[in-house]
Design a protein around this ligand. Structure first.
Ligand code: ATP
Length: 969
């Protein structure tokens, strides 16, 4: 290592090369960014040249600053290394981290940060350096990372050489700019940070030579490596990763690329939707966001309280339908983004009731975690901890909520996290597990002051009741901010009317009339304005003035008007049938699925364009997205189901269900056949099945899953007409006899076998209600036994419906006999199963060891099983689906029992603990650990629960009685 000094004659010279055990005198070191062609180099110093280069000023600065600090020597990378000597360069690069570490002082010279007043008159310009500091190129370069982290003392200087602050006084800003952990900036040894974290600090930094991106990290990982310029960035990183693995003991083959691939796979599995795309779609489909219609919120005192006060952690924005909550949240996200630094994170989610992908609590958590991980990749480690064991099923199995909430909490407690803003729109549209989600929001908003939530919803009493529990909440009601909302709506009206006027070439008179009418009648409701403008678009210019008055004020009046319009149109009957169908289906359906359900549309599966046109005729009640039909707004569906009930259900809702049932049955009777996806192999595993194109199930997928639900809801007991299908020779009888196995195969292909088991229970229930003791009854009962008994096999390999399911059914089984033609002919010796179904209804598969105890909940809806595999499983007793896997015991679980009101479940284990679980959430709420160590004969063998008392039988012959708070009030 050579140092620089100025001689008494003021010439710049290099010291001797300090090698081996040579004692190096105290020195200062410079950190800076290079300027092309203007740096003083090794040969300049040796030859006494370079004074005319701008880089010379940095040398002078360094000298003067070193003198001020009482240091004679200093080191600068541009001129202390002989770069023409490869051996020296290699040695220098591998030693540089240490040289920065050993320096008495490190001066960071920021050539792009000025502190001087631009004009003498400009008294505020002194304060402006911070913006330039935050934007300095120095923070974007590769080598400067180690120059920031290695030295103990780092001072930051402006171009004029003025001190701006040091690593301690500027810690907050540096952390925000670079995302580097505070502890790392304070000198915590770098090996204490994970490899991923350290790599994340280097992400996005640039170096002139590509390989240097890897070489500049050698010191940060404490690694020595030969330099091969020309090998390329990828190879340099591969070698670096190998070295890192060796130094951390990670397996050799675990290359960086492999880790990245695994991370990517985990992210792909986690991704259900990208909330950024949802936001974009919402803004686009709503015609773009208008800043002037949401910016009022930034001046709102409730919003400011949430933003500025540390203890205000939850902002709840509430308002009636169509008041602009969703767009307001889009606007808030945009604004928060503008003021965010690299160290802040923000994640958001838009719930939508009509889309099953994004209308449930687990989807919300998945979306929020996805965006957090995307912003800070090192957080993926929290997801991978679980994903590495479970794979994709982590996000699909019955325990997904438990797993996700645990991952989320770990993320929020990650020490590298600075402030996090979490935003959920439309809580009222989270249809599945809303209470769990609300509970989670409340719990996590008290985790730490750097976690802040914004949620929005309509004025719903159930949400109000839950959020009431949160003490640190701020409530922003749109109805209580009339002045701001009115002004926002007025701006929106002006904008939309100008647009309309341009598109339709309105005269001034028409434009003003529309403007006046909308302004007078909007009642602060954006949605009303949007719907009227949508309708006006369809009206010819010359009719506008006459038609304007037909749009009454108030959302419901407007919907009523739209309904009247439909009722008087030529296609009234068809439109009403479509609206009625869309209003009662159990999930949003595709255009193709609709053709199966509405008779008039039956030939239109290949003419989706015409179908779109027909949907367009249904007023503005419906909208199509990605070929799926939705209500334009939840309020539109609510309106039809209440105010216009008699119009769209003239013969009652049951009649519509009946039509949907009949059409569904017809559709599946026509389409279903053996091996519909041409899988051929009987053992073809379901996880490898993909939808073929064209998909033979595209039209009938909905019908296949829900036909029995529609039959059930049409209440066949009360209608003679509806009953005929449930008799010998009736439509259902024929279907079961001719298509039952094909239906089971299709259910498996639709990943809906559990649903099928529940549906068959429903079919048996309606058949029982009618009680005509016919052969049909027996067929239904047999078919139900068949699906229950063989669910697991068919669920995992759809074509097992024709192999193991048939072969392992009793010889007198109706289904076995009816489908004899499908029997695998190549099995000559069939197992002897007996003639009739035994008493075993179903086998629940999942435990990997002895099951020592099972217990029904007192309402018989659930069954719990405890096993030596250390877990308790909770099953849905009607479908046989595993709802929860309760993990936590560290030894065999010997027994389980439900509390009296079935809200709690107790499990006793050989690990000498009793755990109490919340039976509806699958979470451990209590662990009785005071049993200390016990010899095996004393350990719990079985348990029973009564009220708040648990009785435990032990191997020693004793029975213990515990009293705990079990039942929730
Ligand atoms: N800032 C805005 N810029 C542009 N359009 C807006 C804005 N605010 C509201 N709108 C319009 O108003 C309509 C209703 O707004 P939004 O969907 O946000 O209401 P909401 O309160 O979330 O309704 P709900 O609670 O019933 O779902 C939107 O479809 C959009 O057309």
């Amino acid at each position: 290592m050579r140092l620089l000094e100025f001689t008494s004659g003021n010439s710049l010279v290099l010291t001797k090369d300090f090698i081996g055990d040579d004692k190096i005198p105290p020195y200062a070191i410079l950190s800076h960014t290079w300027e092309d062609g203007q740096e003083v180099d090794f040969t300049d110093v040796r030859g006494g040249t370079g004074q005319d280069k701008t880089g010379y000023n940095k040398i002078l600065f360094c000298k003067q600053q070193a003198e001020r600090d009482g240091l004679q020597y200093f080191w600068i990378d541009t001129c202390c290394i002989d770069k023409s000597n490869h051996v020296e360069l290699q040695d220098a690069i591998n030693s540089m981290f240490r040289w920065y570490q050993n320096a008495e002082k490190c001066y960071v010279y920021l050539s792009d940060v000025l502190i001087a007043k631009r004009k003498a008159s400009d008294e505020f310009s002194e304060c402006t350096w911070e913006t330039a500091f935050r934007g300095s190129k120095w923070f974007t370069r590769g080598w400067t990372l180690q120059e920031l982290l290695a030295p103990r003392s780092v001072g930051f200087f402006s171009r004029e050489g003025k001190l701006l602050g040091n690593k301690t006084t500027l810690e907050r800003q540096i952390h925000e700019i670079t995302g580097i952990n505070h502890l790392a900036l304070r000198g915590t040894p770098l090996y204490e940070f994970s490899v991923e974290t350290r790599l994340s600090w280097a992400k996005g930094r640039k170096t002139t030579r590509k390989e240097d991106r890897a070489y500049s990290l050698l010191g940060i990982f404490g690694i020595y490596m030969s330099l091969i310029y020309g090998e390329g960035e990828d190879n340099a990183f591969k070698r670096l990763q190998k070295k890192i693995n060796r130094s951390t003991g990670a397996p050799e083959q675990q290359t960086l690329a492999q880790k990245e691939r695994e991370d990517q796979q985990c992210i792909q599995h986690l991704r259900l939707t990208d909330p950024r795309d949802d936001k974009k779609r919402i803004e686009e489909t709503k015609g773009g966001i208008l800043e002037n219609s949401y910016r009022w919120v930034l001046e709102n005192s409730d919003f400011q309280r949430w933003r500025d006060e540390q203890e205000s952690r939850l902002l709840w924005i509430k308002g009636d339908p169509g008041k602009g909550k969703t767009m307001l949240l889009c606007g808030i996200i945009n604004e928060l983004k503008k003021s965010m630094t690299k160290a802040n994170l923000m994640s958001y989610f838009f719930c939508q009731a009509t889309d099953s992908h994004i209308n449930n609590a687990t989807a919300v958590l998945r979306g929020l975690i996805y965006l957090l991980v995307d912003q800070q990749p090192s957080l993926i480690s929290h997801v991978r901890k679980k994903h590495d064991h479970a794979g994709k099923s982590l996000f699909e199995d019955a325990n997904v909520w438990v797993a996700l909430s645990e991952i989320f909490i770990n993320i929020l407690q990650d020490p590298s996290l600075n402030s996090v803003n979490l935003i959920i729109d439309a809580l009222d549209e989270c249809i599945v597990d809303l209470p769990k989600l609300l509970d989670f929001v409340i719990r996590t908003s008290s985790i730490s002051s750097h976690v802040k939530w914004i949620v929005s919803s309509r004025n719903c009493p159930n949400i109000e009741e839950c959020l009431e529990r949160e003490r640190h909440k701020v409530r922003l009601s749109l109805e209580l901010n009339t002045a701001s909302v009115s002004a926002a709506v007025r701006f929106y009206i002006r904008h939309r009317v100008t647009q309309l006027a341009q598109e339709k070439n309105y005269s001034h008179e028409i434009q003003n009339a529309v403007l006046a009418y909308l302004s007078l009648n909007a009642n602060d409701t954006f949605l009303w304005v949007a719907l009227v403008c949508q309708n006006l678009k369809k009206i010819s210019r010359w009719k506008v003035l006459a038609k304007l008055k037909v749009f009454p004020p108030g959302l419901n009046y407007l919907y009523k008007r739209m309904m009247q319009y439909i009722s008087t149109s030529d296609d009234a009957a068809l439109c009403k049938r479509i609206l009625a169908s869309i209003a009662v289906v159990y999930r949003p359906i595709t255009l193709e699925e609709l053709t199966a359900l509405v008779e008039e549309l039956k030939d239109m599966a290949n003419d989706l364009e015409s179908l779109r046109e027909i949907i367009g005729l249904c007023g503005s009640f419906l909208t199509i997205r990605n070929s799926i039909i939705y209500f334009v707004h939840q309020s539109a569906q609510d309106f039809l189901l209440t105010e216009e009930f008699n119009t769209i259900f003239p013969s009652g809702k049951e009649e519509v269900h009946y039509v949907l049932f009949s059409r569904s049955l017809l559709a599946i009777s026509k389409t279903l056949r053996r091996d519909i996806y041409s899988l051929h192999a009987l053992r073809y595993p379901i996880e490898q099945v993909t939808h073929p194109t064209p998909d033979p199930l595209a039209v009938s997928r909905y019908s296949c899953i829900y036909w029995i639900d529609h039959l059930y809801d049409c209440n066949p007991r009360s209608s003679v007409n509806h009953r005929v299908d449930l008799q010998d020779g009736g439509a259902v009888d024929i279907f079961l006899r001719e298509r039952y196995l094909y239906w089971l195969e299709a259910l498996s292909l639709c990943r809906s076998m559990s649903k099928g088991v529940v549906s068959m229970a429903k079919l048996e229930a309606v058949t029982d209600m009618i009680a005509n003791a016919s052969l049909f009854d027996k067929l239904v009962r047999d078919a139900r036994r068949f699906i229950m008994y063989h669910k697991w096999a068919i669920e995992n390999s759809p074509l097992q419906a024709y192999a193991s399911a048939l072969v392992f059914s009793p010889t007198y089984s109706f289904i076995r006999r009816l489908f004899k033609k499908e029997d695998p002919k190549w099995i000559s010796n069939k197992p002897d199963i007996g003639e009739r179904w035994g008493t075993c209804l179903q086998t629940l598969e999942g435990h990997s060891h002895i099951v020592g105890s099972v217990a029904f909940s007192h309402d018989s809806t659930r069954l719990a099983s405890a096993s030596h595999d250390r877990v308790v499983r909770v099953w849905d007793a009607s479908s046989g689906e595993c709802i929860y896997t309760l993990e936590g015991h560290s030894d065999s679980v010997s027994s389980v029992a439900f509390s009296r009101n079935s809200t709690r479940l107790a499990s006793a284990s050989h690990d000498c603990t009793v755990r109490v679980w919340d039976a509806s959430r699958g979470e451990c709420v209590h662990t009785l650990e005071h049993l200390v160590w016990l010899p095996p004969e004393y350990r719990p063998l079985c348990s029973a629960v009564s009220g708040n008392t648990i009785g435990i039988g032990t191997g020693s012959g004793r029975v213990w009685i515990f009293r705990v708070q079990l039942d929730t009030p």
